[in-house]
Design a protein around this ligand. Structure first.
Ligand SMILES: [Zn+2]
Ligand SMILES: [Zn+2]
Length: 155
């Protein structure tokens, strides 16, 4: 996900417009929650978002963050990722894309490869299932988490 100031600004403008069209009130808390997602390519979880904006918004509760994320998801403003069984992560990038999931630092990185637009699946193996889309999670170690980059290996 592009996190340049111009890209974040575009995402925020589209978000404001869609909230207006949906009749969703743009409260400061909702805006702050979306802002974290719009500017963070690592797909943060609810608690992460809460920790980041709580200092500037003392009245914010973790429950509000969860409910707001659910609301955004229901309206298609963000998507939820189930990359880890213990924690949902959230994505403001609505473009078609896939994810690289690091099992060590739990970073989730966007990636796209044109060859993944079509999956090499035979219709017969789908047993009548109608495919609406697909998202691929490649699970592994990010560049920083590979052994040769760890402090132990360097010393
Ligand atoms: Zn990592
Ligand atoms: Zn993503």
């Amino acid at each position: 996900m592009d996190t340049s100031p111009a890209a974040i600004e575009m995402r925020l403008a589209a978000f404001r417009q869609r909230c207006g069209a949906l009749g969703l009130a743009l409260t400061p808390q909702r805006l702050a929650i979306y802002q974290v997602l719009a500017g963070d390519a690592s797909h943060p979880g609810a608690e992460d978002i809460y920790r980041r904006i709580k200092p500037g918004m003392p009245s914010l509760s973790l429950g509000t963050v969860y409910r707001t994320l659910e609301l955004f998801e229901e309206h298609g403003l963000i998507s939820r990722l189930h990359a880890f069984s213990d924690q949902s992560r959230f994505d403001a990038n609505l473009d078609d894309h896939h994810h690289l999931v690091c099992v060590r630092c739990r970073r989730i990185i966007d990636f796209q490869d044109d060859r993944l637009r079509e999956l090499p699946v035979e219709p017969a193996s789908l047993d009548g299932f109608q495919v609406l889309g697909h998202r691929i999670h490649l699970v592994g170690l990010c560049a920083e988490c590979q052994p040769e980059h760890s402090p132990a290996a360097r010393s």
